[in-house]
Design a protein around this ligand. Structure first.
Ligand code: DP6
Length: 326
């Protein structure tokens, strides 16, 4: 019989510069296109997993309370994958918490499933390398595979399950980019990303977005290597607007933006025109990620905080990999 052990892992969410939307295989979460992201250091999920002898079913707690049915079901599914891989009969007790709002376009599933994958594998005694951990996290949530490696990360779509994982393109210290996450809505989104991925194909713009992704990936890679903020701003905004064009023209249409989302986009474009290096990116939610080089972060933060209706601005620099912390 395996010895029951416990492990704690911390993982950061990530902001995608070139985004993942739609799968060529829903069950395996093989993405229609590659994506590039940056981990967010100051935001984190911390997850403890242990496998006590005699537990009859998996137990999942979020912030000290039993997790809701949807979250529990997804976590239990993933624990089942890990149990099968480890050939273990043991059930897990999972305790997880975030230091940022859940499910509203701040990639909570990315850090959640990256931390869960790392902690559960360590606790059950599965020794996997970073590629294997990323591949395994992908099966639970696509963007989670990008929260396993550190810094600036690229997820290769791969030819199948075995080669679709994320690796670090550049370390966190390469460029002190700052993500100012402008929170305008703390409510969980009405339609989850998982549901959205399934209807992506219904948009007449979908093929165009997927077919043109390789050239945006290349432009994004180049801008990161060169630390060229002007080029990064153009490609990140183009990709985000393309994503939302697909969302809005899917059946049923998905409109995540609120009036204030559009207002912030307009401010950002105006300020950049006036010389402040700042760019926006919006995930599947109403909140706006504003990217800016570290030197301009305080100026940008001050301006964003003054926009009426902004609830809070979270500040994050490039983050490290998912790590065992106990
Ligand atoms: C808009 O990774 O949350 O944030 O695989 O169903 O968990 P699941 O979806 P998820 O989708 C992320 C969508 C996005 C873009 C991105 O992060 O690349």
């Amino acid at each position: 019989m395996d010895l029951a052990v416990r492990a704690t892992a911390t993982a950061h969410p990530n902001i995608a510069f070139i985004k993942y939307w739609g799968n060529r295989d829903e069950n395996l979460r093989l993405p229609a296109n590659g994506s590039i992201s940056m981990n967010l250091e100051s935001l984190a999920t911390r997850t403890t997993v242990d496998y006590p002898e005699g537990l009859g079913a998996d137990e999942v707690c979020f912030a000290g309370r039993p997790a809701g049915p949807e979250m529990s079901a997804r976590v239990v599914d993933h624990l089942g994958r890990i149990r099968t891989l480890a050939k273990s009969p043991l059930f897990a007790r999972v305790d997880t918490d975030n230091n940022f709002p859940l499910a509203c376009g701040i990639a909570s599933s990315a850090s959640a499933f990256a931390a869960l994958t790392l902690a559960a594998c360590a606790a059950i005694g599965l020794a996997l390398d970073q590629k294997e951990l990323s591949r395994l996290a992908r099966l639970a949530s696509g963007s989670a595979c990008r929260s396993i490696p550190g810094g600036f990360v690229e997820w290769q779509p791969g030819s199948g399950d075995s080669d679709s994982f994320a690796t670090s393109l550049l370390p966190a210290g390469h460029w002190n980019l700052t993500d100012l996450v402008v929170v305008v809505d703390r409510q969980p989104k009405a339609v989850s990303s998982s549901e959205g991925h399934r209807s992506a194909w219904s948009s007449p713009l979908y093929r165009l977005r997927v077919d043109s992704a390789p050239s945006r990936l290349e432009a994004c890679r180049r801008s990161l290597f060169d630390r060229d903020f002007t080029a990064l701003a153009e490609i990140v905004e183009e990709d985000s607007l393309l994503l939302h064009s697909v969302l809005m023209t899917s059946t049923p249409p998905l409109v995540y933006w609120k009036p204030i989302t559009v207002e912030i986009i307009q401010y950002v474009r105006r300020w950049r025109g006036q010389g402040l290096p700042i760019a926006f990116s919006v995930d599947a939610g109403a909140n706006v990620h504003c990217l800016t080089p570290g030197e301009s972060a305080q100026e940008a933060l001050g301006r964003l905080q003054q926009i009426p209706g902004v609830l809070e601005v979270l500040q994050a620099e490039p983050g490290g990999p998912a790590a065992l912390t106990g």
